[in-house]
Every structure is written in C-alpha cells, then in structure tokens.
Design a protein around this ligand. Structure first.
Ligand code: SF4
Length: 456
C-alpha cells in the first residue's frame, strides 16, 4: 500500500485525478476497476443467491433488458466480452433453449413491469436464426409493459448484414428497430494486428444497402480508436468512410485493453494520441451534421435522438436498472450488481448446469451499498459526457453537489466540468482528462484500490 492510501481514508481529489490520468487505459466508464477485490465484502454466499436475486427483481418497477449471444466467427484480440470458441448451429439451438429457460425463471419476477428497452448484443446475435431471435424476443417481452420510448436494438457484423439480406429484413419485421454494425476499422493492417476479420469496403457498402432496404431508420456504425500503431491517417480514413455510409449514428469506442490478449500494447498508446484521434474525428463529424457535447461517444445526426438504444439511454442518463440474460451477462439494480456464470470462465457448462437445476445461473451477486451504486451509475453516465443532476437527485434523493462537494468544486475550479442547467458536463479540457475525472466519483474503497492498482 502506498503512503497516501495509508495516510487517509479519503484521498484528495488532485491525487485521484493524477492517478486516473496515469491509469488512462483503465479508469474508464467500466466500474469498478477491480470488482472482485472492491466488492468482496458484499458478495452473497452461494446458498443465498437465489433468494437475493428474487428479492432484488421483485422490488424493481422499471428495467431495461439485455440478451447476450456469445457467438463470433473469430475472436478479436481486443475482445473483452464473453464469447464461446465453438460456433455451430447445434450449439446455437442449445444455447437459445438455455436462455429461454433463464427468461422463464425471471418472468415471474419481472412481468408486468415497465420495460424501457431491449438490447440484443454479443458476440454476434445475428449469427442466430431468425426463428431463434424471434423466440427470444417474444419470450422476454411477453407480459412486459413497454415504455413509450421502448425500442429493440440488435448488433450485427457487416458480413451477415451483407450476405443475409432476408434475415435483416425480417429482423425489422419482428419489431427490431435499431441496428448497430461493428466496422471498427477499414485498415487491413490494423484489422490484422487485432485479429479481426477484414470486411472489405465492398462488404460494408453491401451491408449498409441491405440495412436500408430492410427499412431500418435507426442505423449505427461502431468504429474504434486507440489501437497501437493506428495512425491518424488510418483512423480518419475509417471515419470518412463511415460518414460516407451515411448512418444516423456513429459510435466511437476507445479500445480498452484491460484483461484482453493485447493488454501489453497499451503501454505504447499515449493519452495525447487518443485525445488527438477523438478530437479530429469529433470536429470532422460536426461538419457532417453529427454534433454532440464533449466526451459523448455516440454521434447522432437526428435532432433530439441521442443515437443510443432506449435501453442504453435510460441506463446512462437515469441509472435505470437492467437485467442481463445469457452467458456472462451483467445485471445492475438499485441494490445489487451481478454477473452470470461464464463471465469469468467463458464456458457454458456451469451456466447450463445451474439452469438445468432451475436455479438462476449467477456466478456472483454483490449486494452493494449506496456509495457503490452511486459510483457505478455516475461512471456509466460519462458515456454521454455528463452527469444529469436531476436524475441523480431522483435516484438517490440527494444533491450531487452535497455528496461530492469537494470533487465538484475541484472540477469547476479547474475548468474540467461546468454546470449547464440540469447537467454537470465535461468541458473541452475535461474531455481530454476524462480518466482523471471519472474516479473522483468512485467510492472511497475504490479510490484506495485505484491508488494501489498495478496494471499487468
Ligand atoms: S466481434 Fe466483438 S464480441 Fe465478437 S470477438 Fe470481436 S470484439 Fe468480441
């Protein structure tokens, strides 16, 4: 333990800020930095997991839903998600049966509750047959009360969108109204370095055409920056190409190295470089009608539409609880954070075993105190580049400025964040120093953990 951590239980904002910048590949919107360590005291014993899950979801009256599909043709080297090594139709069928079973276990707890959105992610959810996707959607939405802004969003690879136009059409017909395509980069050299399938520009154009022919009006393209050896020219060529595809939304993801097979590469990627990549793309997108506030990751050219799915929008702005279904899925409510089996092992056997015994397939369930719920809620809100003070007050019955008095003062005095009506938002300087800002809202135990964190 370093000197500072020994000295005080309440580290100073400037120390945390400095450490967050030092750990700029780690102190991002994913909270906490080291869940197993920080949340250890709150872990529910295995024999109480079923009861804890039941009590939690019974109490929740509004939620978002997420279904995880862990299949990809090839695992990218930067992948931080739960993806299975096998990818056969037989396995797809078995997997869907298991998720349906999981849905049926939760149904008695969540049905007739207000549901803000459904995201189907992965992995590659469009790897499943249309029938399987439809079965999952119907089962999970049966007897749910849909919020007026409810939508269903699905992720696809360019290859599937380009080669299975009928499936894409039918996705729209079964009520999925937002589709997100992972392009990441058009640079073959970068794609090779990160072990990703090279979808030639012809495929990307065909995929876009098929998505438009299927009448999707909410189309997002994901692109990534912050890779080692990714030149500005390479990044801007991807941004330019993506703009030419003319999607309603473009989302930038900064590569997160933690726990991935290319974690060692993070050492050669500097904060200045990633800030420059973001800034150049940010300015360019603004000239093309995709205008957003500093720090936001999804750029929309539709007025009044943040571009994210309803599930994610509510999660980010209001901290709405979400239930994740499927292998390794994460769930978060006002009192618990949980991970399904498979999150650590990336294997199906235990998830399957638990469901076969009619038990929730949970690996860990942490009953966390309010400071942790606040920390996680705020960290995620930086996905939009701001904290909505009104939402914070509604959720926690407290003013943000009271709970984080020192931190808020530090941020305003240093021109890192500013008040703008209900929003406490990043300035340009704040955007450049985001990973110093985010941990200011960590719980004290998490701040101490950050100060002692040793990246691999
Ligand atoms: S496409 Fe996404 S989920 Fe699939 S292996 Fe690559 S990073 Fe992981």
């Amino acid at each position: 333990m370093n000197q500072l951590a020994k000295k005080s239980d309440n580290p100073l904002p400037k120390e945390i800020f400095k450490k967050g910048l030092e750990l700029h590949h780690y102190a991002n919107t994913a909270y906490p930095l080291n869940g197993t360590k920080v949340f250890k005291p709150f872990r529910t014993p295995n024999n109480e997991i079923n009861q804890a899950a039941t009590d939690t979801w019974q109490k929740v009256d509004e939620l978002g839903l997420y279904i995880h599909i862990p299949f990809c043709k090839k695992r990218c080297l930067y992948c931080e998600y739960t993806v299975l090594p096998e990818n056969t139709e037989e396995l797809h069928e078995n997997y869907v049966q298991l998720v349906l079973k999981e849905i049926s276990l939760y149904k008695q707890l969540i049905q007739n509750k207000k549901t803000v959105g459904l995201d189907i992610g992965g992995g590659t959810p469009t790897a499943l047959s249309l029938k399987n996707i439809d079965n999952l959607v119907s089962a999970v939405l049966k007897n749910q009360i849909l919020d007026e802004k409810f939508d269903i969003s699905i992720e696809t690879t360019p290859y599937i969108a380009a080669t299975e136009p009928e499936k894409i059409k039918q996705l729209k017909q079964i009520g999925i109204n937002r589709i997100s395509m992972g392009v990441q980069s058009i640079d073959p050299k970068i794609l090779e370095e990160v072990g990703r399938i090279d979808n030639k520009t012809k495929i990307l154009k065909q995929a876009t055409e098929n998505i438009r022919n299927a009448d999707f009006k909410r189309f997002n393209v994901d692109i990534m920056y912050g890779f080692a050896n990714q030149s500005i020219e390479s990044w801007l060529a991807t941004v330019q190409f993506t703009v030419d595809l003319d999607p309603e939304y473009i989302t930038f993801y900064r590569n997160r190295y933690k726990g991935t097979r290319i974690e060692h590469d993070s050492k050669i990627v500097t904060l200045d470089e990633v800030n420059r990549q973001y800034d150049l793309a940010f300015d360019f997108l603004a000239t093309k009608g995709y205008k957003e506030n500093f720090g936001k990751n999804t750029f929309s050219k539709v007025k009044g539409d943040p571009g994210t799915s309803a599930y994610l929008t509510k999660r980010v702005i209001e901290g709405t609880p979400y239930l994740g279904l499927g292998l390794g899925a994460q769930s978060f409510s006002d009192t618990i954070l949980s991970y399904n089996l498979g999150a650590a092992s990336k294997k199906l056997n235990k998830y399957q075993e638990r469901l076969n015994n009619n038990q929730f397939p949970l690996q860990d369930i942490y009953q966390i105190p309010t400071d942790e719920v606040m920390a996680k809620t705020i960290c995620v809100s930086f996905y939009f580049g701001y904290i909505n003070k009104q939402s914070f007050k509604k959720k926690f019955n407290e003013n943000l400025e009271n709970i984080f008095k020192e931190e808020v003062n530090f941020l305003t005095e240093n021109n890192l964040m500013e008040h703008d009506g209900d929003l406490f938002k990043l300035t340009k300087k704040g955007k450049d120093n985001l990973t110093g800002i985010i941990p200011l809202f960590y719980s004290n135990r998490s701040k101490l953990n950050l100060l002692n964190y040793q990246p691999k």
